[in-house]
Design a binder for this molecule. Structure first.
Ligand SMILES: O=c1nc[nH]c2c1ncn2[C@H]1C[C@H](O)[C@@H](COP(=O)(O)OP(=O)(O)OP(=O)(O)O)O1
Ligand SMILES: [Mg+2]
Length: 212
């Protein structure tokens, strides 16, 4: 990701985009990741976008639903992220249900407890997982050719939480090449390695090509 602006970035500077998410952790990461581009990111809460039901069966379907609803409501281009944790030993659960794993209005702590419980009898060495991020950008609500980027991030599920940073399942997500959990990383380190950070880097390139 570049941190300087070039001439042909002008079309992307001061571009108003709505982030179709109600997740404060995601919003913070997106603001950090997109700040160098001069994109003015507002959250859907700023526009009173009603929450859309995530009825898709894949991350990408849900990201499309969220982006379309936010763009329709605001008249702005919309960026949505549908993401979650895919655990091999659980046949891919919690997957698209990651946010709702322990109930419809689940919080991160309850979801983490449920994950630890589900993996109680799964030994070290069999606790592989990956985060997945589907990023969708709609130029307008009826955009037939959205920008779609998907990235994963491999890790292992710990038996006890570690670290205070990040959000969601980060305290249980061990990244062996970094020797720490995602919640022990600096924000910059997580953004450099993570599913979302790398998807946003690819998105920035795609947006530049789109605006060129
Ligand atoms: O980097 C991450 N670090 C930790 N946990 C993460 C991460 N990325 C996704 N996750 C978890 C959080 C939530 O349990 C689910 C996302 O669910 P997802 O529906 O995409 O988001 P959400 O409902 O929290 O907000 P919204 O749909 O309004 O964007 O995956
Ligand atoms: Mg959601």
């Amino acid at each position: 990701m570049t941190d300087t602006l070039h001439e042909n970035d002008m079309a992307t500077t001061s571009q108003a985009v709505v982030l179709a998410s109600g997740n404060a952790g995601k919003l913070r990461e997106f603001q950090e990741l997109l700040a160098p581009l001069g994109i003015t990111l507002s959250s859907q809460a700023d526009h009173d976008v009603p929450e859309v039901e995530e009825t898709g069966l894949t991350f990408v379907e849900n990201a499309l639903l969220k982006a379309r609803a936010a763009s329709r409501h605001t008249g702005l281009p919309a960026l949505a992220d549908d993401s979650g944790l895919v655990v091999d030993a659980l046949n891919g659960a919690p997957g698209i249900y990651s946010a709702r794993y322990s109930g419809e209005h689940a919080d991160d702590a309850a979801n983490n407890r449920k994950l630890l419980d589900a993996l109680r009898d799964v030994p070290e060495g069999q606790r592989q997982a990956h985060y997945w991020c589907a990023l969708v950008y709609l130029r307008h609500a009826d955009d037939p050719a959205p920008l779609i980027i998907q990235c994963g991030w491999k890790g292992d599920i710990l038996s006890l939480p570690r670290g205070e940073g990040g959000f969601g399942y980060d305290p249980l997500f061990w990244v062996s090449e970094a020797g720490m959990s995602a919640a022990e990383m600096s924000r910059a380190e997580k953004n450099r390695l993570s599913h979302r950070g790398r998807a946003v880097a690819e998105f920035i390139d795609a947006l530049k090509a789109d605006n060129a």
